[in-house]
Write a protein that binds this ligand. Structure first.
Ligand SMILES: Nc1ncnc2c1ncn2[C@@H]1O[C@H](COP(=O)(O)OP(=O)(O)OP(=O)(O)O)[C@@H](O)[C@H]1O
Ligand SMILES: [Mg+2]
Length: 234
């Protein structure tokens, strides 16, 4: 079976303040459809850099990136943008909701901006289904100011899910939330994989990482299988 995503020997050097810094140094990663993977690593280890390469916001210096077995390492930006909106969903620590729009309108924006035309009725049905999936259909008409942090993040997740992405990329999605709300958001993200969507979760939280099928640590520019040292200590 072809993996959803394969990274082979990805390298990336960024301009540092003094000298260039090697951030990724031969990173390998394989993710299958429906699989959930957590990535841990200390601050500055390159987790967000890696996600931006996977999300095609940036390109690696070397290595190969395959999506469904297709080499997209050097995809031109126009095609990358199309692939990004068709195949990927993004969730960040900050929710990036438009404050003058309702929850439903924020989610529907993801359908308006993409390729392909959908009737208003279909847009509305898909928007409500996405809000329902994250448990906040009853808040569809609320603007962000009237929503809690956890509710706002669930709107952002609904916006990421509304196009039925193949791969969900979440960069510290619980960073701005309290523990209980964070747990809820992680469960919502994890449940997205039940329908075959892959999930890559960058987090600092071991409890959240342990909810994923696989836990990896990024260090020295490479991904390593991670084991929870707390388990050993307990
Ligand atoms: N655009 C850029 N240009 C130059 N250096 C950058 C750029 N973006 C990030 N860096 C540097 O690259 C390194 C990796 O950054 P990155 O944001 O990927 O780390 P991270 O693992 O996501 O950290 P955190 O856990 O704090 O979010 C850091 O040293 C950072 O300062
Ligand atoms: Mg980061």
């Amino acid at each position: 079976m072809t993996a959803l995503l394969e990274l082979h020997g990805i390298t990336k050097t960024l301009k540092g303040q003094k000298a260039p810094r090697v951030i990724l140094d031969g990173t390998d990663l394989t993710v299958d459809g429906g699989e959930s993977v957590a990535i841990l690593g200390r601050s500055g280890s390159g987790k967000s850099t890696l996600l931006s390469l996977i999300g095609l916001f940036d390109r690696p210096d070397g290595g190969r990136y395959l999506l469904d077995g297709r080499d997209i390492t050097r995809l031109p930006e126009r095609k990358a943008a199309a692939l990004r909106s068709a195949e990927f969903g993004f969730v960040f620590q900050r929710f990036f909701l438009l404050k003058h729009l309702t929850a439903a309108q924020n989610v529907a924006m993801a359908l308006v901006n993409g390729q392909g035309w959908l009737s208003r009725r279909k847009r509305r049905a898909r928007t409500m289904a996405a809000l329902d999936r994250v448990g906040i259909a009853h808040l569809a008409k609320h603007r962000p100011a009237r929503l809690s942090g956890g509710e706002q993040q669930r709107v952002a997740i609904a916006r990421a899910l509304v196009r039925e992405p193949r791969l969900l990329l979440a960069d510290e999605p619980t960073g701005a939330l309290d523990t209980e709300t964070g747990n809820l958001v992680i469960e919502v993200l994890r449940s997205a994989t039940d329908r075959g969507c892959g999930l890559i979760l960058v987090t600092h939280d071991w409890d959240h990482a342990n909810k994923m099928q696989r836990v990896l640590r990024l260090s020295d520019g490479k991904l390593h299988p991670a084991s929870d040292t707390r388990r050993v200590l307990q």
